[in-house]
Design a protein around this ligand. Structure first.
Ligand code: GDP
Ligand code: MG
Length: 440
C-alpha cells in the first residue's frame, strides 16, 4: 500500500545522514510513483511533488542536522495541506433548523450516512429529523425507518410523493416537533444522469439546504473524484463525506478530492455500524498515510502485543526520575514503540490516576518527535545537562541550527520540564506506596 511504500522510501532517506539534492530527487521520484499507484489524481501528484521539492531542497533543510527528518516533515505538512489543512466542520445554521441534504450515487452509503450523522449529532445534544426523500424504491424508505429506529431518531416520510413536497413538509413539521437539524436522504442512480441532477436541483431550490454534502465511496478511487466534480458543478457542494474508508487501501480519493474540487472532506465512514462516522482530520490522515501514530492501529497493536514485561519496563523507566535531555527523546520513542501510554498505563495497577497527566506530557506525535530530536541535536552537551540555564540567545542559536523557531525550542523545554516533574512525582508516589503510605 501507499503507506508501506512511503515508509520504505523515507527509511532509505533516513539511513543517509547528510543528503544531496539527488537523494531528495530520488526519494521524490519514489513518492510520485507511490502516489500514482495509490490512484491519486496525476495533476495533484505533479503539484505536490513540485512543492515538496522546492521546500525540501532549500538551504535551510539541506544544511540542517536532520535533513531526512525535515523532508519527512515537509511531506507530512504538504499532505495535510492537500487534504484541506484543517478539519472542516458541519456548519449549523444560526437559526434552527439546519437543513442538511445528502446526495450521491446509489450504493455510495447515503442512507447509512444519514443515520450515522444523526447519531453523531444526537450525541452532541442535537435533535435531528431524518427525511425519506428517496421515493423510487419502497425499500429505501423502510431502510431509513429501520435505521432511525436503531438510534431513536424520528423519520419523516410521505411514501412516494414528490421529493420536493416531502422535504418542504418535513421542514414545516419541525415547528411542532422541535427538531433542530433536518437531514434529507435523497435518491441516487448507478450513474450520474440529467434526471437525477434536475431532481436534486429542485429539492435544493425548494428547501435551500444550509449544507449539501456529497457521499462518495472511497474505494472507487478516481471515480469518486470525477463524481464529486460533476455534483459540485450542478449543486455547489459544501463538503464531501467519504465512506468505506475502512476498505480503502489506496487512499487516492481521500488525497485528491479536496485538491481537485476545492470541496473539503467533512466526515469519513469507517464501517457499517451506525457509530462508524468520524470528522475528517487532514493531519491525522497524513499521520496514517505516513504510518505515524494512527491512534486506532496503535491501540490495536498495544492490545495485541501487550504483556506484563512491558508494564514492568515502563515502571522501571518511570522510576528513573533523574534523566536529562540526552535521554528525553529516546525515552519518548521507547514509550511510543510500546503503544499508547494510557492503554498500557491503565494496565498497571494503581496507575490510572497518573495516566491522564502523563499522557498529556508524553504523547508526542511523530512530527513533534522529529522536531524535538532536531532541537536536541542542536544543543551542546552542557545545554543538554542544564536545560534550565538555556537563555534567550542560546535558544535563538538552537532554533537556527535545528531549522525550527524559538517558540518550538521554548515548547520543547517546557514539555521536558513537565515530564521531568511527572517522573519525579511518580517515583515519590512509588516510594510512598511501598512504605504503605497514602497514594496521592
Ligand atoms: P445508498 O444507496 O447510497 O443509500 O447506500 P446505503 O446507505 O444503502 O449503503 C450501501 C452499502 O454500503 C450498505 O451495505 C452499507 O452498510 C455500506 N456502507 C455504507 N457506509 C459504509 C462504510 O463507511 N464502511 C463500510 N464498510 N460499509 C459502508
Ligand atoms: Mg439509500
Amino acid at each position: 500500500g501507499l503507506s508501506e511504500r512511503l515508509q520504505e522510501t523515507f527509511k532509505k532517506l533516513r539511513g543517509k545522514g547528510k543528503l544531496t539534492e539527488e537523494d531528495v530527487n530520488q526519494a521524490l521520484r519514489e513518492v510520485r510513483l507511490a502516489l500514482l499507484e495509490a490512484d491519486v489524481n496525476f495533476k495533484v501528484v505533479r503539484n505536490f511533488v513540485n512543492v515538496v521539492r522546492q521546500r525540501a531542497t532549500g538551504q535551510d533543510v539541506m544544511a540542517s542536522l536532520t535533513p531526512a527528518q525535515q523532508v519527512v516533515k515537509i511531506v507530512h505538512e504538504e499532505l495535510t495541506a492537500l487534504m484541506g489543512g484543517q478539519n472542516a466542520r458541519l456548519e449549523l445554521a444560526p437559526k434552527p433548523p439546519t437543513v442538511v441534504m445528502l446526495v450521491g450515487l446509489q450504493g455510495s452509503g447515503k442512507t447509512t450516512t444519514v443515520a450515522k450523522l444523526a447519531n453523531l449529532l444526537k450525541k452532541q445534544g442535537r435533535r435531528p429529523l431524518l427525511v425519506a426523500a428517496d421515493v423510487y424504491r419502497p425499500a429505501a424508505i423502510k431502510q431509513l425507518q429501520v435505521l432511525g429506529g436503531q438510534i431513536d431518531v424520528p423519520v419523516f416520510s410521505m411514501g412516494e410523493q414528490d421529493p420536493v413536497s416531502i422535504a418542504g413538509a418535513a421542514l414545516e413539521s419541525t415547528r411542532k416537533g422541535g427538531q433542530d437539524v433536518v437531514i434529507i436522504d435523497t435518491a441516487g442512480r448507478l450513474h450520474i444522469n440529467e434526471e437525477l441532477m434536475v431532481e436534486l436541483e429542485r429539492i435544493k431550490a425548494g428547501v435551500q439546504p444550509h449544507e449539501i454534502l456529497l457521499v462518495v465511496d472511497a474505494m472507487t478511487g478516481q471515480d469518486a473524484v470525477t463524481v464529486a466534480e460533476s455534483f459540485h458543478q450542478r449543486l455547489v457542494l459544501d463538503g464531501v463525506i467519504l465512506t468505506k474508508l475502512d476498505g480503502d487501501t489506496r487512499g487516492g480519493a481521500a488525497l485528491s478530492v479536496r485538491a481537485v474540487t476545492g470541496c473539503p472532506i467533512k466526515f469519513v465512514g469507517i464501517g457499517e455500524k451506525l457509530d462508524a462516522l468520524e470528522p475528517f482530520h487532514p493531519n491525522r490522515m497524513a499521520d496514517r498515510i505516513l504510518g505515524m501514530g494512527d491512534v486506532l492501529t496503535l491501540i490495536e497493536k498495544a492490545q495485541a502485543a501487550f504483556d506484563a514485561s512491558q508494564a514492568a519496563e515502563i515502571r522501571k523507566k518511570l522510576k528513573s526520575a533523574d534523566f536529562n535531555l540526552d535521554d528525553f527523546v529516546a525515552q519518548l520513542r521507547q514509550f511510543k514503540k510500546m503503544g499508547p501510554l494510557d492503554q498500557i498505563m491503565g494496565m498497571i495497577p494503581g496507575m490510572d490516576r497518573m495516566t491522564k497527566k502523563m499522557k498529556g506530557a508524553m504523547q508526542f506525535d511523530e512530527k513533534e518527535l522529529v522536531v524535538a530530536e532536531a532541537i536536541i541535536n542542536s544543543m551542546t552537551p552542557w545545554e543538554r545537562r542544564n536545560p534550565e540555564r538555556i537563555d534567550g540567545s542560546r535558544r535563538r542559536r538552537i532554533a537556527r541550527g535545528s531549522g525550527t523557531n524559538v517558540q518550538d525550542v521554548n515548547r520543547l523545554l517546557k514539555q521536558f520540564d513537565q515530564t521531568r516533574k511527572l517522573f519525579k512525582q511518580f517515583s515519590d508516589w512509588e516510594k510512598g506506596a511501598k512504605k504503605g503510605g497514602k497514594r496521592k
